[in-house]
Write a protein that binds this ligand. Structure first.
Ligand SMILES: NC(=O)C1=CN([C@@H]2O[C@H](COP(=O)(O)OP(=O)(O)OC[C@H]3O[C@@H](n4cnc5c(N)ncnc54)[C@H](O)[C@@H]3O)[C@@H](O)[C@H]2O)C=CC1
Ligand SMILES: O=C(O)[C@H]1O[C@H](OP(=O)(O)OP(=O)(O)OC[C@H]2O[C@@H](n3ccc(=O)[nH]c3=O)[C@H](O)[C@@H]2O)[C@H](O)[C@@H](O)[C@@H]1O
Length: 441
């Protein structure tokens, strides 16, 4: 099939490459010339494991190209819209400017029979509005909503082998136009569906809600365990053991029960806020009012880490203290620093006058762009040299594997704060370190 992908960021670039991998002829379009130059040269414009290899392979196949020329989508029959939906400045609501612009640009170029597929995460009700706008321009074109559930760091695997595929179609199940759209999307995803991936066909509103409900649930699970961490801290319990113990219950499950600095990134935080804003518009704010608490618990973890830093410094003031920060990305295996808890903590300590020396295997360039004032270095060892306290804030494998004895030789004071509960307290204490964590004695 001939496919276009509009918006080639963390989602769209991976989607385009994976569609080519599934055998389709794909053109990716973005307004960002730098990104397109990289992609057109077969290079990933951001860090995502497996993407460089996939780009090389699909480029060689001749089935994948990238351009800033929107007219290139005219050859395609299915058009995926993958542009950003960030949080609006000064409000919880989603900024739909990019989505609206992209859909207008696409509608001006599609033909009868084409299917336009929304993938961006949007407030419920958006798809219905966009479908009406599309058919007003091209009555024979149809819209589908196909939310995406990939995780950064596992984006290629999640796209090729998703847990489920959801189609929101006009009129929902049984509608004739909707059925045609389902046939088209089944052909698009034939490669993934052949592996037995469950596929849910539904109406627009449900498809949009599935996405934000899933992210809200994940955020809730993380904040739940972080609330337990707060209690463990005052009562002297160990939240990692608590998570293991409750996680053995299959109804609960251990995944997404890792307590620590909490959730960040370009999705979970802004998606729960946009959900609250949309629910309020719909007069249903009570239904998701618990999300305010989820957000508040999450943000408290960052402040707690700042306070804990001051606590372990003891008589030494934060201002002027040398703080080593290991990890700046919002999670390991990503270079993404959007709403990163790690970068937030580093920036707060810097604002308090600490001399923050920070490092990350992949996220330094993005971090420097957001917080230029920190001192950035290449390695954990460079960051730790002369440190009064070391903060592990993003649990990259190389930081988990650090040797406490070797690191002890470099620092001014042996104080380690484990913001992700991934180090072995016994080993660190045995090497003479003061070990502190969030929710763990
Ligand atoms: N990053 C992720 O892991 C996932 C993201 N999503 C959702 O997907 C959407 C995109 O997210 P990301 O890829 O992370 O954002 P991003 O910011 O990395 O990428 C968006 C891209 O769209 C481009 N763009 C903006 N306006 C355009 C236009 N008119 N024409 C062509 N390109 C345009 C931008 O230049 C940018 O490259 C968001 O709604 C997000 O919530 C959903 C699932 C996973
Ligand atoms: O809508 C999206 O964009 C995506 O958002 C998340 O994916 P992602 O943001 O890539 O990363 P996650 O693995 O979900 O982690 C999010 C944050 O939660 C934190 N986290 C995760 C798990 C955990 O147990 N504890 C915890 O604090 C991570 O450190 C990270 O900061 C969802 O997992 C994806 O399904 C969804 O498609």
């Amino acid at each position: 099939m001939k496919i276009s992908v509009v918006g080639c960021g963390y989602l769209g670039a991976v989607h385009a490459a994976c569609m080519a991998k599934l055998g389709h002829e794909v053109v990716g379009v973005d307004v960002d010339q730098e990104k397109i130059d990289a992609l057109a040269a077969g290079k990933a414009p951001f860090f995502e494991p497996g993407l460089p290899e996939l780009l090389t392979e699909t480029h060689a196949s001749g089935r994948l190209r990238f351009t800033t020329d929107m007219d290139a989508i005219r050859d395609a029959d299915v058009h995926f819209v993958c542009v950003g939906t960030p949080q609006q400045a000064g409000s919880f609501a989603a900024d739909l400017t990019y989505v609206d612009t992209a859909f207008r640009e696409v509608a001006a170029r599609v033909k009868t029979g084409d299917v336009v597929v929304g993938k961006s995460t949007v407030p419920v009700g958006t798809a219905g509005r966009l479908a009406a706008e599309l058919t007003a321009v091209v009555p024979g074109a149809t819209l589908a909503w196909n939310p995406e559930f990939l995780r950064e760091g596992f984006a290629v695997k999640d796209t090729l082998h998703p847990d489920r595929i959801v189609y929101g179609v006009t009129g929902g199940v049984g509608d004739a136009t909707g059925e045609q759209t389902v046939t088209t999307l089944d052909a698009v995803y034939a490669g993934a569906l052949a592996g037995g991936t469950p596929r849910i066909v539904t109406d627009f509103a449900t498809a949009e809600l599935v996405k934000v409900a899933a992210n809200s649930f994940l955020a809730t699970k993380i904040s739940f365990i972080n609330a337990m961490a707060e209690l463990c801290e005052v009562a002297g319990g160990d939240v990692t053991q608590l998570a293991d113990a409750i996680g053995h219950d299959n109804r609960i499950g251990r995944r997404f029960l890792n307590a620590g600095l909490g959730f960040g990134g370009g999705c979970l935080p802004k998606d729960i806020r946009a959900f609250m804003a949309r629910a309020e518009e719909l007069g249903a704010d009570q239904a998701v009012s618990f999300l305010h608490e989820i957000d508040a618990i999450n943000l408290r973890r960052r402040q707690r880490m700042v306070d804990l830093t001051a606590e372990v410094l003891g008589d030494q003031p934060v201002a002027g203290a040398r703080v080593a920060v290991l990890g700046l990305a919002f999670k390991p295996n990503s270079d993404d620093t959007r709403d990163s808890p790690a970068l937030d903590v580093a920036a707060s300590l810097h604002a308090l006058g600490a001399r923050v020396v920070a490092t990350d295997p992949e996220a330094v360039v993005n971090a420097r762009r957001r917080v230029p004032g920190l001192e950035y270095v290449r390695t954990a060892e460079e960051a730790a040299a002369g440190a009064d306290v070391v903060l592990l804030l993003t649990e990259w494998q190389q930081y988990r594997d650090l040797d406490p004895t070797a690191l002890a030789e470099l620092v001014a004071h042996r104080r380690i704060l484990d913001g992700r509960n991934v180090l072995d307290p016994i080993a660190w204490r045995a090497a003479g370190w003061t070990y502190r964590a969030l929710g763990r004695p």
